[in-house]
Write a protein that binds this ligand. Sequence first.
Ligand SMILES: Nc1ncnc2c1ncn2[C@@H]1O[C@H](COP(=O)(O)OP(=O)(O)OP(=O)(O)O)[C@@H](O)[C@H]1O
Length: 326
Amino acid sequence: MNDAPRQAAAPARPLFTLLDVEKRFLLDGGRRELRALDGIRLTLGAGESLALVGESGSGKSTLVRVMLGLEPASNGRVLFGSGAPGGSTREERRRFAREVAYIYQDARGSLDPRMSVAELLAEPIRLHALRAAAEIPGRVDELIARVGLPADMRGKVPAELSGGQVRRVAVARALAGEPRVVVADESVAGLDVSVQAQLLNLLRDLQREQGLAMVFVTHDLGVAAYLCERVAVMYLGRIVEMGPTHEVLAQPLHPYTRGLMQAFPRFDAPLTVSLAGEIPSAAALPAGCRFRSRCERAQPDCADTDPVQRRLTSNRQVACLHPLEN
Ligand SMILES: Nc1ncnc2c1ncn2[C@@H]1O[C@H](COP(=O)(O)OP(=O)(O)OP(=O)(O)O)[C@@H](O)[C@H]1O
């Protein structure tokens, strides 16, 4: 019998950890500054799915780019495991590129137009040495079938494919590297509703079958609810609310989230929120709470204090001085 004292299992380290991340862009030759991300705190664990939701310009794509190491943060820390995203050595960069697959907003533009579907899918398998050469064609066929494309697509180039088929190829190419995380930027926007539904089903099945973690950028709260267990609602560079998607949608804490919910009844309607007032510029944020100019609950103190992301319960966070009652 083994009498050694049992050690408590260390909690698994999140895949991604972001601590007080800021991203500023300099405008007019450095005379003005635009705060694209401000005080972002979040973690993404293995197998977790997180939706990033918000109007155009709220910082969703910038957040993804910073997580992927495509842009440096201006302040704060971004960790993938215990290291920098993207990695610092060649070997780390290669591992990161395999473990974190990015499905671009412009799926068609992200695929080499001269390569056939089979070549596009074989490339990451070869690059990351995931199969012996003789096994690659079989693996390509598996991927084509897994994303629901007919086998005769093998030899076609992107220009010969419909919008929905191109997205499926982009998903298959992301899977080819056998990633741990898939980051998808608006992967279903602009498609017919029925094609969108098929792709969403595919992404959800893959997530469940393969335990993939997922970050899904969307304008659509319905899509967020369907695909992701957690949602982060962004407004002008800040996460104004974050929590389990079904709880956030059932009982929003931030007036902005409630505004979004009132605006989203149409599937895939572009998010223009039916709240009073124009969205301020990220290059000229108002003093105090950045949402106060559009907030029906704004109080005098909202002009003085800029609320940061804080935990209200074990799994709900909000950046508001006067959150909605529950
Ligand atoms: N390279 C850049 N230089 C200057 N400003 C930038 C740059 N990239 C993004 N921004 C600004 O940062 C803010 C956030 O942009 P971002 O593209 O991240 O928003 P988004 O929520 O992804 O919008 P969309 O839904 O339209 O893609 C915007 O004000 C945008 O104009």
